[in-house]
Design a protein around this ligand. Sequence first.
Ligand SMILES: [Zn+2]
Length: 127
Amino acid sequence: MSRKKKVTQGTPYFFERVSIDEAFPTIQDVSAEVSESFDGVRDDWPQAAHYDKLLLQISGEEIKCDNRQCKGGLRIGNILRKMVSAKLTVFESIELCNGYEVYGKSKYKCCHAFKVNVSIKYREDKA
Ligand SMILES: [Zn+2]
């Protein structure tokens, strides 16, 4: 890497442009199942998308919302930091999209929601 930055545990890896390995040295492997709803929290969630470590690295701090009017998404980085600080290996939650639809001067909270199921395998030597 050409740009050297001071990286500490839990550094937002998307905004700081560091790798998951650098931001979370205790994580050996991580994966997430993410199901996105177009109309809020529901009982029958659509098929989940599978994110492995590489895909999580590419999508970054935030998994983008499918709503094209919305620039928000699911802050998966926050979930990873929460899990790592509590040393959780599995975490399931339902999160509302953090974005807004903007029409001229009007702003509406995006109605998309995410059901997320994250699994982390920690490195034994750094646990
Ligand atoms: Zn959204």
